[in-house]
Design a protein around this ligand. Structure first.
Ligand code: ATP
Ligand code: MG
Length: 450
């Protein structure tokens, strides 16, 4: 009787753990159960999912000659089964006649056959496929792993649905575009980027047309900030000047002469010796549509100059170490001329929940049509869930951890001493401006209460 009681308590505790703390359950019990389940069911699941091939002819002939039992169909060979923090990684060697698409097409069937939460597959090299399985919904409550890759300009910004970390790698994908309907999680994603960039040797430049409510609290880690289209124009033109100065420096340091071997000729900031290398600059723009809207002739002129400066930065900035990170609700041709040209330069695409197919098309229409559908299907209640793609056509479902503004401010303040001074942008260095005047004005006009 007591044994029965103990067993009931243990099962109830495991069930409670699995429900309330799936990550702990996975690490304590889930990983063992799932490994045993996958190994025991492997052959029958592969057979049921049509991932087997008939035995080779020489095996059949050998069985006939030796009057042994006829060999059965053969499943892909397991090269490795590796447990991870969030699931299992199964590496398979395909049999002749099978291809990676066969496995990709059965991921949904594998998912419930093995009793796991999610299954994705990718081809590692010819004939070798990696099947990544997660034990629980890793995007429900995002917890980034403790050990992360900290290479310069490579920011761990979100978790992918297969449990791996999604990096925003500025050197591989210099410019990025983040789209999403209002309240979909764009600013939280950008905040995570700022918090991730803060400890790096990089200058942050921000343009936040929501009067600075998102980026100004993080001001101590920013080298320059603008909170309205007028300042944004001056700031972008100053950045273009900075870019030209960097190119002058690279040109001066190139030392091209017939006697210099090819390897020593510098073509971008990363080729320069570390002591003279200009600090890379990440330009974060929130609510970009504000920069492209106009009501009067003067505003139209300003808009054209802003878009021209952005296009120039996007086209030429990479080698000068200037990277753009643009956020907005929509970013299409209805914002006027130059927008699609700018969008074409923004290789890294991320789409949060969007309300219509046209908005999703602005992010993925020209690179990954199936990601468009995935972006529309993001449910409204899971804010922060996004589809991240790149120009290779691949895409992933990702979610950034919910970093509050307070946490981001703390990180920025902690690394405020790393904020570089860029002479070209000195005029835009944020002062911790007092907001009391706005507060006074609003409270004076507000109706008196009680
Ligand atoms: N990754 C996330 N995890 C959990 N909650 C999130 C996440 N991202 C956003 N949220 C929630 O969604 C709310 C809105 O997020 P955010 O301000 O980033 O939206 P937005 O797309 O920038 O909206 P807007 O276009 O109005 O500025 C946040 O206050 C937060 O509560
Ligand atoms: Mg926002």
């Amino acid at each position: 009787m007591t044994w029965l009681m103990v067993a009931v308590v243990v099962v109830a505790a495991a069930g409670l753990l699995r429900w309330r703390r799936p990550a702990w359950y996975w690490l304590s019990l889930g990983v063992t159960f799932a490994t045993v389940r996958v190994l025991v069911r492997y052959a029958s699941v592969m057979d049921a999912c049509g991932l087997t091939v008939p035995p080779a002819r020489w095996r059949l002939a050998l069985a006939r000659m030796t009057r042994r039992e006829v060999p059965g169909p053969r499943s892909p060979r397991i090269l490795r089964l590796r447990p991870t923090r969030t699931g299992l990684v199964l590496r398979l060697k395909l049999r002749p006649g099978q291809d990676a698409f066969d496995v990709a097409a059965t991921t949904d069937r594998l998912r419930h056959s093995f009793g796991l939460y999610g299954v994705t597959s990718c081809e590692i090299r010819s004939g070798v496929v990696e099947v990544r399985m997660t034990g629980y919904d890793v995007l429900k409550r995002v917890q980034m792993p403790a050990r992360l890759d900290t290479r310069p300009m490579r920011i761990p910004v979100a978790l992918r649905e297969d449990g791996s970390v999604h990096y925003r790698d500025y050197r591989a994908v210099p410019h990025g575009l983040t789209l999403g309907a209002t309240e979909s999680g764009k600013s939280v994603y950008q905040r995570n980027l700022v918090a991730g960039l803060a400890p790096h040797h990089v200058a942050l430049v921000g343009i936040d047309c929501k009067q600075g409510v998102e980026l100004f609290p993080l001001a101590r880690r920013f080298s320059a900030l603008a909170d309205n289209p007028d300042t944004a124009l001056e700031l972008l033109e100053a950045l273009v000047t900075h870019m030209e100065e960097v190119y002058q420096l690279i040109r001066a340091e190139q030392r091209i002469s017939v006697a210099v071997p090819d390897a020593e000729i510098a073509a971008d900031v990363w080729d320069l010796p570390e002591d003279i290398r200009p600090v890379p600059v990440v330009v974060l723009v929130d609510e970009v549509a504000e920069l492209a809207l106009y009501a009067t002739k003067d505003e139209e002129k300003r808009r054209d100059r802003i878009i021209t400066a952005l296009v120039r930065l996007a086209q030429l900035g990479r080698a000068a170490g200037i990277y753009l990170e643009i956020c907005g609700q929509r970013f299409g041709s209805e914002l006027g001329k130059g927008i699609t040209m700018l969008r074409a330069q923004l290789t890294g695409r991320t789409a949060h929940r969007v309300n219509d197919e046209t908005s999703a098309n602005m992010a993925f229409g020209d690179i990954a049509p199936d990601a468009v559908l995935a972006a529309i299907q993001i449910p409204a209640e899971t804010r922060g869930l996004a589809i991240a793609g790149d120009s290779t056509g691949g895409w992933h479902r990702i979610r950034a951890p919910h970093t509050s503004l307070r946490e981001a401010v703390n990180i920025c303040n902690k690394h405020a001493h790393l904020t570089p001074d860029l002479p070209a942008l000195a005029a835009f260095r944020p002062a911790t401006a007092a907001v009391s005047s706005a507060r006074d004005r609003l409270s004076k006009t507000a109706p008196a209460t009680a």
